[in-house]
Write a protein that binds this ligand. Structure first.
Ligand code: ADP
Ligand code: ADP
Length: 231
């Protein structure tokens, strides 16, 4: 069952010094429960693709469906379907504590506070922030803020999650825990995870499939094993 369908998607940024074609007519689809690696060098168009799927920017051409919804048309429903932790994520509340943020994000998703509490403890433990649960986010180190953002994104329990370099800066054990969690979310809960990473080990361990973007075009789209054979 296809949960993300991108067809002929194009994004041209208009600037003072001319235009940049960030995404040039790309098409792909992602199935429910898949873990997909979105890879490519800096400037390839990954962030643009993700922002288009989130409905944060407007495509120049082409179409996107997220669980049947057009992100340009129904922003609210798209927000219910997708959460994202992008680099420099700022969609959290810096004056609230970690736990208050978690409560807020479960709350807007309509998750009952009683049920959420246990899940929040689990997420705090996953990102090693139990001891910081009652600290305001603005008082945490950058690394801890990143982990808190991850926990908040997962607390929303959306069908689709985008993660930008999720294991970056984590120690070996924390990175392994997170990889296990990502696989569990996909396999047991049927959630769809799209992640970017420069760590081929991470990609090889958890991704069912990778989509490689270069210069705004998809240059490969295959299982990890088949791609490794190419190199
Ligand atoms: P990636 O996430 O793979 O690093 P991006 O999607 O951020 O790639 O960028 C793709 C291309 O679009 C790059 O050439 C980048 O400089 C350009 N770009 C990204 N955002 C903007 C913007 N807001 N205005 C103009 N150009 C942009
Ligand atoms: P990332 O790709 O990791 O998001 P970038 O440096 O490409 O990091 O983007 C940071 C911010 O700057 C984004 O909001 C992006 O839209 C914007 N941006 C990126 N490239 C350009 C550009 N060439 N001109 C204007 N804005 C840009």
């Amino acid at each position: 069952q296809e949960i993300i369908v991108v067809d002929g998607l194009q994004k041209i940024y208009e600037g003072n010094n001319g235009t940049t074609t960030a995404i040039d007519s790309i098409s792909f689809s992602i199935e429910r429960g898949e873990v997909v690696g979105l890879l490519g060098p800096n400037g390839a168009g990954k962030t643009t693709t993700i922002k288009l799927i989130l409905g944060l920017i407007e495509p120049t051409d082409g179409s996107i469906r997220v669980n049947g919804v057009d992100p340009q048309v129904d922003t609210k429903e798209t927000y219910r379907q997708v959460s994202a932790v992008l680099e420099g994520a700022r969609n959290v509340y810096w004056r609230l504590t970690v736990r208050e943020n978690l409560r807020y994000f479960s709350g807007i998703q309509g998750i009952h506070p009683g049920e959420a509490r246990e899940e929040h403890d689990r997420l705090l433990s996953l990102v090693d922030l139990e001891h910081k649960a009652d600290e305001q986010l603005r008082n945490l180190s950058q690394g801890m803020q990143q982990k808190a953002c991850l926990a908040c994104a997962l607390a929303r329990e959306t069908p689709i999650v985008f993660l930008d370099e999720p294991t970056l800066g984590l120690d070996v054990e924390a990175a392994r825990d997170l990889q296990n969690e990502i696989q569990r979310l996909a396999e047991q809960e049927g959630r769809t995870i799209v992640l970017s990473s420069h760590d081929m080990d991470v990609i090889q361990t958890i991704c069912d499939r990778v989509i490689i973007i270069n210069n705004g075009e998809i240059i490969a789209e295959d299982s990890v094993e088949e791609l490794l054979e190419l190199f």
